[in-house]
Design a protein around this ligand. Sequence first.
Ligand SMILES: Nc1ncnc2c1ncn2[C@@H]1O[C@H](COP(=O)(O)OP(=O)(O)OP(=O)(O)O)[C@@H](O)[C@H]1O
Length: 261
Amino acid sequence: MTTNTVISANDLSLTFETNDGPVHALKGVSLNIEKGDFVSFIGPSGCGKTTFLRCMADLEHPTGGTITVNGVSPQEARRARAYGYVFQAAGLYPWRSIGGNIRLPLEIMGYSKAEQDRRIKDVLALVDLAGFEQKFPWQLSGGMQQRASIARALAFDADLLLMDEPFGALDEIVRDHLNEQLLQLWDSTHKTICFVTHSIPEAVYLSTKIVVMSPRPGRITDVIESPLPHERPLDIRDTPEFIEISHRVRDGLRAGHGDDV
Ligand SMILES: Nc1ncnc2c1ncn2[C@@H]1O[C@H](COP(=O)(O)OP(=O)(O)OP(=O)(O)O)[C@@H](O)[C@H]1O
């Protein structure tokens, strides 16, 4: 662990006690994430991707091992508003405008009206939604709504962005576009991003580090440091390097899946 380490998980485990017996959502997970990393978590349903993200966010409490966020406990990090969280569904309040949705957490946190206005303007520009402040969620496409929810997560300017399958429900063209925009945003803001996905091309396109997970119990089976350059046009996906990393991810997923594939 260095001064640049944002997430440090050490032998992390989380077992849910259910009526059907214990569910080992995470077992023996160790991982360091450094400042400015773009880390994707990929693995079959139930391998603990969301649970791991929720541990970082202090929304779940590990039953074994340790995890720190910016060198402190997840609880302290949450209180210091160390992260923004983007969920699979945009989750915007339909009765509030886009600006009103972004404003809500800022109001709760006690920012002045002028500061709220400034931040709303800034984050809408960052996600390419300048001018949409007065619109209501239903007036926006699915991709635009998801961008608005990213803007909301960016509004308090946390260095860490936790994204749980944010583009999973969108069609491929929209998703490609949002992937490009997200990379630009990451490049211009230097944030650390943890990103859950089921898509191999999405993971390989976006990440500096790809974490492959497997279920029963949820554990890490491979961590791939991407050799791809920082600058990534969409057609990088046709290059031999890209295809080679994709194969390695696929092999990792197969290995973790046993005979299920
Ligand atoms: N609150 C809970 N109580 C009991 N079991 C839970 C709870 N939350 C998650 N689980 C179980 O823990 C395991 C890991 O779930 P998790 O949602 O982290 O997986 P995931 O990899 O994110 O799955 P998906 O890709 O489907 O979102 C699953 O078996 C799930 O059913």
